[in-house]
Design a protein around this ligand. Structure first.
Ligand code: SPV
Ligand code: MG
Length: 543
């Protein structure tokens, strides 16, 4: 079966219209070239060696080059023409090169008629740098024999070395006879006159009915020549040979110098790709199996969202929470129980979780939704029943909130409270002013997490002391760790009534002698979605 990438490259060479290859030197630059719309790639020797910090003088060995080509082939669907330099030290090296490049997914190779190790063509090359054409022919023959589908392009270095048109033309005929699929005519002068002269001979032969393989050029030095001219003179393929590596060098130098001067990132952030752009190019959130999907499910979750389903752009807060539960604490979607207020809303929730309805939500409170959610869980009495998370469906949390809860395995019940400075001061009217002593205020901050805070009471409506040494606002997540905790919670729910706030249930629990703890978070860790602005903040809150 013919390798389809080899075939694509061959089709580009044979096509009636002028085609283009874009330089790449890494998996990332290959992806970028493909995204830009190029149909094929040039794995430049100059760029690949520059990217590794080496000179373009065969300092990288074949295995090293192949590894980089493999990274390009792994991440794009485009045919890659590899710059094979001289093809290696001898005929066998050339044969082995084709074998290896075939294995790593390249479509073709281009070999130049210079002695090994080569210099880059834009260094001063002289006649001594040209290799024996007979050796070059033997290499081409061996390469085509190794894999007849693999595209082999013979590159002429005669203009570069000062050997002139006639020598280039004679060699081109020899390489064509040896089996080359195309000829690359290289030139380093500032106009296309050498290419023009060569094409005149080649086109004349063609007109006379002689077989002439396609011609490839690299207009790095004669870049001012309009591309249309190359089409007009019958060139088949143009290689833009080093422009990604040169663009990135300039960008890296500018940014790095700026950062060094400023010792700050503030002047560069808007000039560089965002981290999410890096993720996108890595296809980090496309087709990969979720890392957590292999883990067996642990625990359960109840999400209450009876009075409304809060949108989060294309998704809902509920589904974001469901994803967080899986990612952060390993609760499988099938172990999530969502309490909705309307049956018609069920399509908005991920299909694998359990949905029930608190149709009386207008006359009841969150306590009745929590009670309903808990009643749906079929307890097995196994330790897999716990922990049970309960969360409010209008809050978006960072995964760390759930992870931090999950560390608190010693308490019967743990809940989350926001104790950041700003939140507490905004809620000040609700607190017993006596709590806001200098001492307690000093303990407030806008960016910290305290695990295992001791709880004495959390009722911000009354005179209750809030925490022993800390204060905070209950922020919508509870974790029940033990059967004892579950029984106490159910009893406390029963003791209140279904129009009570959940905070009253927690306060009852404070009096039950169970081990109750809090995880204190800050306002940076979650978004309470009340407005369009909150929705946007919620969407962009990092996982
Ligand atoms: C390369 O890109 O490595 C080439 C083209 O061989 S040139 O640098 O122009 O010789
Ligand atoms: Mg090269």
């Amino acid at each position: 079966m013919v390798n389809s990438k080899c075939q694509k490259l061959k089709e580009m060479l044979d096509s009636e219209s002028l085609e283009y290859l874009m330089e790449c030197h890494s998996g990332l630059s290959a992806v970028i070239a493909e995204e830009a719309g190029f149909k094929g790639l040039w794995a430049s020797g100059l760029s690949v060696s520059a990217m590794t910090g080496c000179r373009d003088r065969n300092e990288l060995d074949t295995s090293e080059v192949c590894k980089i080509i493999e990274q390009m082939a792994d991440h794009t669907s485009l045919p890659i023409l590899v710059d094979g330099d001289t093809g290696g030290v001898d005929v066998n090296a050339a044969r082995i090169l084709v074998n290896k490049l075939t294995k790593v997914g390249a479509a073709g190779v281009c070999i130049e008629d210079k002695v090994f190790p080569k210099h880059n063509s834009f260094h001063s090359n002289g006649l001594d740098d040209l290799s024996d054409p007979a050796l070059h022919c033997k290499k081409i023959e061996a390469m085509k024999k190794e894999n007849p589908d693999f595209v082999v392009i013979a590159r002429l270095e005669e203009f570069i070395a000062g050997a002139g048109l006639q020598e280039a033309y004679v060699r081109a005929l020899k390489y064509q006879t040896a089996g080359a699929d195309a000829i690359l005519v290289h030139s380093k002068i500032k106009d296309s006159s050498e290419i023009d002269q060569f094409m005149e001979l080649w086109s004349r032969d063609k007109k006379e009915g002689k077989k002439r393989v396609p011609i490839v050029i690299v207009p790095t030095k004669y870049y001012t020549t309009p591309t249309q001219h190359f089409e007009d003179i019958g060139v088949s393929l143009v290689i833009f040979a080093n422009h990604q590596v040169r663009a990135s060098i300039k960008a890296m130098q500018d940014v790095t110098r700026q950062i060094f001067e400023d010792k700050s990132l503030v002047n560069v952030e808007s000039k560089i790709a965002s981290v999410s752009e890096v993720f996108r190019l890595q296809r980090d959130n496309d087709s990969f199996v979720k890392e957590t999907s292999w883990k067996s499910s642990k625990g359960k979750a109840v999400i209450i969202s009876a009075n409304k389903i809060v949108s989060l752009g294309e998704d809902t807060v509920i589904n974001r929470q469901i994803d967080s539960y899986r990612r952060a604490v390993g609760v499988d979607e099938s172990q999530v129980y969502v309490v909705l207020g309307e049956k018609s809303d069920s399509y908005l929730v991920n299909s694998n979780c359990n949905v029930c309805y608190n149709l009386d939500w207008r006359s009841t409170s969150e306590v009745s939704s929590i009670d309903l959610g808990l009643s749906q869980i079929n307890f097995t009495g196994e330790c897999e029943d716990f922990p049970i998370f309960i969360s409010y469906g209008d809050l978006v949390f960072k995964d760390t909130v759930f992870r931090n809860l999950n560390y608190e395995k010693s308490a019967d019940i743990v809940f989350v409270a926001d104790s950041s400075y700003e939140t507490i001061l905004n809620e000040k009217g609700r607190y017993n002013e006596n709590l806001l002593t200098n001492d307690s205020l000093e303990k407030l901050s806008d960016s910290y997490t305290v695990r295992g805070a001791t709880v004495k009471g959390v009722d911000y409506w009354s005179d209750h002391p809030v925490f022993k040494n800390m204060i905070g606002t209950f922020s919508g997540v509870v974790m029940v760790n033990t059967y004892k905790g579950l029984l106490a919670l159910k009893a406390a729910i029963k003791d209140t009534n279904f129009s009570s706030r959940f905070i009253e249930v927690i306060n009852k629990l404070c009096q039950e002698g169970i081990n109750l703890k809090a995880v204190l978070i800050s306002k940076e860790d979650y978004v309470d979605i009340d407005s369009k602005y909150d929705e946007i903040r919620g969407r962009f809150l990092s996982e």
